[in-house]
Design a protein around this ligand. Structure first.
Ligand SMILES: Cc1cc2nc3c(=O)[nH]c(=O)nc-3n(C[C@H](O)[C@H](O)[C@H](O)COP(=O)(O)OP(=O)(O)OC[C@H]3O[C@@H](n4cnc5c(N)ncnc54)[C@H](O)[C@@H]3O)c2cc1C
Length: 402
């Protein structure tokens, strides 16, 4: 969406110490010697929510609409993320991935993805099953799309390095500091936190799962609401890890930005399976039993969620059933790698996606960044925002250019 440049002072307060907030702080301290940057994070460490609970994939940018922010920032971000990791000695691997059609009915969607990847300028190739099996010997498919530039990394390690670089650059990093109020006083923004008041000239809201609430605290009416969708993982038992060399994905349903349960080799050598997508009953609800009344009410009283539910209840129900049944989960994986059985996987935690849903019931497809006066609010930064974070940071810094 169009955003207008705003004038800014020199004190920047960034809410949220996930990868987007930290990358933005890093960008500001490295490009503006005059900047006084403070990062406010409610948890005791960095990347405690989405960033610390994701698949660790540096996406190439296949799926996104050409010309969208996701497409352009992901493609550039995948490069800058790999370069950043190499520069700072963070383990990273560009291992490529296979998107596999397991049924002839999926071929038109696979071909459409191929076209889209080409339109996005990515190095991709359509493969016959034999060629696909040269890359992933255990895979079953009728055709596959090989994406060369996909990589893997631990985004938690990226956050730790970004935080160290921000500190080296003179930034102030405050963990255990929750933002509870935002007011303006003359030219200043006054931020009330559990650690006292912080005064700033520019406010940058990168609060992930809480970004819409923080925007409302700041007097903005966000055009969409964050709905938390949990993604649950299993992992392969060590003895079966050799069934997967890199990344194996199904052809996604074009109506959903969630990519379907897939197999991902992590940078530590383990192989994760998932994530699915179920409505979380708390914004930080990593299990079914974590229920927060305010969050559940917030979601259930939102007309946008009901509209979404009415349209896609069958898909949602399928996801819930798979969440409750390890056997169903294993069956989804066996479509990609038939040798995998229910005994080959063990639970491996979950992450919660901050997905903005419009009042119309549409999932907000692109990144959504809104400016108002001296405030910037990142209101939709789901996947591939970790991949794109260094580029999102550049984009935000350009918005607050004098
Ligand atoms: C299951 C899953 C898998 C994913 N896989 C991938 C992938 O493979 N590749 C990829 O590129 N992306 C992936 N993503 C998306 C990616 O993780 C996110 O896009 C990215 O981490 C968003 O970063 P963020 O900084 O905006 O949010 P977050 O990491 O959630 O950070 C927001 C921070 O704000 C803090 N905060 C919130 N409210 C307040 C407050 N009031 N005061 C102070 N601090 C506050 C939170 O504690 C949190 O640390 C995945 C996401 C999930 C959930």
């Amino acid at each position: 969406m169009a955003v207008r440049a705003i004038r800014c002072g020199v004190r920047y307060a960034i809410i949220g110490g996930g990868i987007v907030g930290l990358a933005t702080a890093y960008r500001l301290v490295t490009t503006r010697p005059e900047a006084r940057v403070t990062v406010l994070e409610k948890e005791s460490g960095w990347g405690a929510h989405q960033t610390g609970h994701n698949s660790g994939v540096i996406h190439a940018g296949v799926y996104y609409k050409p010309g969208s922010m996701k497409a352009t920032l992901c493609k550039a971000g995948s490069r800058s993320m790999v370069e950043f990791c190499r520069e700072y000695g963070i383990p990273v691997e560009v291992c490529g991935k296979l998107i596999v059609a397991t049924d002839p009915a999926e071929l038109p969607r696979l071909h459409a993805l191929h076209e889209r990847a080409l339109a996005n300028g990515l190095p991709v190739a359509l493969l016959e099953p034999e060629k696909a099996r040269e890359i992933e010997p255990a895979v079953a498919c009728v055709a596959a799309l090989h994406v060369e530039s996909t990589g893997i990394v631990d985004f938690g390690q990226v956050c730790a390095r970004l935080a160290a670089l921000v500190a080296d650059g003179g930034g102030e990093l405050r963990t255990g500091t929750r933002v509870d109020s935002i007011a303006t006083s003359g030219d200043e923004i006054v931020i009330g936190t559990t650690g006292g008041e912080v005064r700033a000239d520019v406010l940058i809201n990168c609060a992930g799962l809480h970004a819409d609430r923080l925007a409302r605290l700041a007097g903005i009416r966000p055009p969409a609401r964050i709905v938390p969708f949990r993604g649950e993982y299993y992992e392969l038992v060590p003895a079966r890890r050799d069934l997967v060399r890199g990344l194996i994905y199904p052809v996604p349903d074009p109506q959903f930005p969630f990519l379907g349960v897939h197999l991902t080799r992590m940078i530590d050598g383990s192989v994760h399976a998932g994530p699915n997508a179920v409505l979380a009953l708390a914004r930080e609800g990593y299990r079914w039993r974590t229920v927060r009344a305010r969050d559940t009410l917030d979601a259930l009283t939102y007309s946008g969620l009901w509209r979404l539910g009415r349209r896609h209840w069958k898909y949602g129900l399928g996801e819930v059933r798979r969440s409750l049944s390890k056997r169903r989960f294993a069956e989804s994986l066996a479509r990609l790698v038939p040798e995998l059985t229910v005994d080959d996987i063990v639970p491996a935690g979950a992450g919660v996606r901050a997905q903005a849903v419009a009042p119309s019931g549409d999932l907000v497809d692109d990144f959504l960044i809104v400016t108002e006066g001296r405030q910037v609010h990142v209101l939709n930064a789901p996947s591939p925002a970790a991949t794109s974070s260094l580029e999102i940071a550049k984009h935000i810094a350009a918005l607050v250019d004098a």
